[in-house]
Write a protein that binds this ligand. Sequence first.
Ligand code: SF4
Length: 324
Amino acid sequence: MSDSKILVEMQGVKQHFTVKKSRGQKATLYAVDGVDLTIEQGETFGLVGESGCGKSTLGKTLLRLYPLTAGKIIFDGKDISTLKGKELTQFRCQAQMIFQDPSSCLNPRRKIRDILLEPYRIHNLYTSQEREEKVLELCDMVGLSHIYLDRYPHEMSGGQKQRVGIARSLALHPKLIICDEPVSALDVSIQAQVINLLQDLQEKLDLTYLFISHNLSVVEHCCRRIGVMYLGHIVELAPAGTLCQHPLHPYTQALLSAVPTIGESPREKVVLTGDLPSPVSPPSGCPFHTRCPYASEVCRIQRPEFAEAAPGHWVACHQVKQFS
Ligand code: SF4
């Protein structure tokens, strides 16, 4: 890790939910189950994994959309784990979210101008004249023509709507933006434009991103470090190039071997059997043992420690030798 300032520190963060089973019985869903993570200021940290692995829940937990089950979150030097009321509202100005599907997060009955004015109204900031000026500035920042301000979301393309989502997330000058699959719902030709926009904004505004995606090639392109999540745990974490060139965890190897390569020699195939187990009844020992081609007896009994295998390269696997 460099000497850069740490913006986010998660220590043993757990986010469990009570769910109903058949015949009125209750069960615990272990969505996030003991995550330690740091994000440096100005960094883009990538979080990858299959649907249902807990990555979006981890993002929402960081935004304090749920009361934490256990653990601690330090944001910009302040413990935000138990904030409530006014203090929680103030924290949320500094941490915003961009969602996967821009259509579903923009109110279809409101014009774009009203959608962009909303954060200022909610937080009672600026005069009405100033708010109008701020909205124009937001449009300029994200490359959205002012003519869209009098349109409704359904009159815009997916890429334009995502620009509105990004503009809205910038309204309160946040330090951190959680980008939850921000380009997955867009055409490939538009994806690059949105990623370039996010990178330009990061440079101009000194933003920090938590970039959540199931697409490893997108994450490799735009993130400094990547964490791989499986069943509520981070199983591998390393600088993006290291993780993609020298993955150590069998799950990361399987994810990477599924990425199509053009002009490069194909990676050795690591084929996963079975589906992601239910987070309501996670396997004992290593959570990946039910699908791992290298699983041994110890994997079924003992959870592997998340340890540093090489400088800055962390992995949770009994088969990987630790760095000392
Ligand atoms: Fe596979 Fe065992 Fe390593 Fe888990 S600890 S990833 S089951 S080899």
